[in-house]
Design a protein around this ligand. Structure first.
Ligand code: AMP
Ligand code: ZN
Ligand code: FE
Ligand code: FE
Length: 290
């Protein structure tokens, strides 16, 4: 019988306090080590501000590390399209311009959400939300956390259902890049673009999903996230088949957010673990680690 190797598993999708997670990047790396993982990729929304600290913590704990980013793209409602960029150079000027632009789009949206909440009789200020966020990337989960703390809603999920989700009373979208722009910018930053959690595209059949993936492949897509907390066994199988048909890398991750998504544990995606070979194949293709 094969005994699983100690270094058999990784997590390639997680968020720190640099975006909307609740653990610092050092705490995340420690948790990865304590959870028996051998490698981690940090995929904060719209920023690489946590990657230097994570790389240094990973170095001291002998955990392999890959800097990454998650970017939301234009996509028709009710679906969402997120792209992961693995192995980007955190010092790339293209990446710096990109993250500044994405953060500006958030800074444009967030005060509108707060103003609408105030109109609805919810006493919440931008200062409280910024304090909750702690960093440059202020997202809806931070607003949700303040709403929970102040007793306006019972949970983060309730905050999204009632106020912040696409059908909520205080929903505003932010300016998004097109998929083409996001793919080009990830390439120009030295990274590999990967389609995150394809189930969130909410395509209604296999043919539609395949068309979306094929269009992205034509624009330079390098991989598909096959394993994710939102994916059941049949989705994992379907996305794996698609990856193999188009010669794409397979990636996987929990999408861990700490206390902002309490039911998700680092390294575990809907009961599944993420094989080390996913990390090794990414590193081999992008030629970067640490
Ligand atoms: P933002 O980047 O500000 O648009 O917020 C996106 C973040 O909100 C992502 O981390 C999502 O996982 C999270 N999110 C979106 N919808 C929900 C929901 N219904 N419940 C909990 N979190 C959500
Ligand atoms: Zn998030
Ligand atoms: Fe996402
Ligand atoms: Fe994510």
């Amino acid at each position: 019988m094969d005994v699983p190797k100690h270094n058999a598993y990784v997590d390639l999708h997680c968020h720190s306090t640099a975006s909307d997670g609740t653990l610092s990047s050092t705490e995340l790396v420690r948790l990865a080590k304590d959870s028996g993982l051998s490698a981690l990729a940090l995929t904060d929304h719209d920023t690489v501000a946590g990657t230097a600290e994570a790389a240094s913590a990973a170095g001291s704990l002998s955990l392999d590390f890959l800097p990454a980013i998650e970017i939301s793209c234009q996509y028709p409602h009710p679906g969402t399209m997120h792209l992961l960029g693995y192995g980007i150079d955190p010092n790339s000027p293209v990446l710096r311009d990109l993250t500044q632009r994405l953060i500006a789009a958030r800074d444009n949206r967030n005060p509108r959400i707060i103003a609408r909440l105030n109109e609805l009789g919810v006493a919440i200020t931008m200062v409280e939300v910024e304090r909750e966020a702690g960093g440059d990337v202020v997202g809806r989960p931070h607003i949700a956390a303040v709403l929970v703390r102040k007793g306006y809603v019972s949970s983060i999920k309730h905050a999204f259902d009632k106020f912040l989700g696409t059908t909520g009373l205080a929903y505003f979208d932010k300016e998004r890049l097109t998929a083409r722009q996001a793919l080009d910018l990830v390439h120009q930053s030295g990274g590999l673009p990967v389609l995150a959690h394809p189930c969130q595209l909410r395509t209604t059949n296999d043919a539609e999903l395949e068309r979306v993936v094929k269009d992205l492949v034509d624009l330079g897509l390098a991989g598909i996230e096959t394993i994710h907390s939102d994916h059941d066994a049949s989705m994992v199988e379907r996305y794996t088949r698609l990856a193999e048909r188009y010669g794409l890398l397979k990636t996987g991750g929990s999408d861990f957010h700490g206390g902002n998504k309490k039911d998700i544990a680092l390294g575990i995606a809907n009961g599944r673990r993420i094989p080390r070979e996913f990390f090794d194949a990414l590193v081999e293709r992008c030629g970067r680690k640490g």
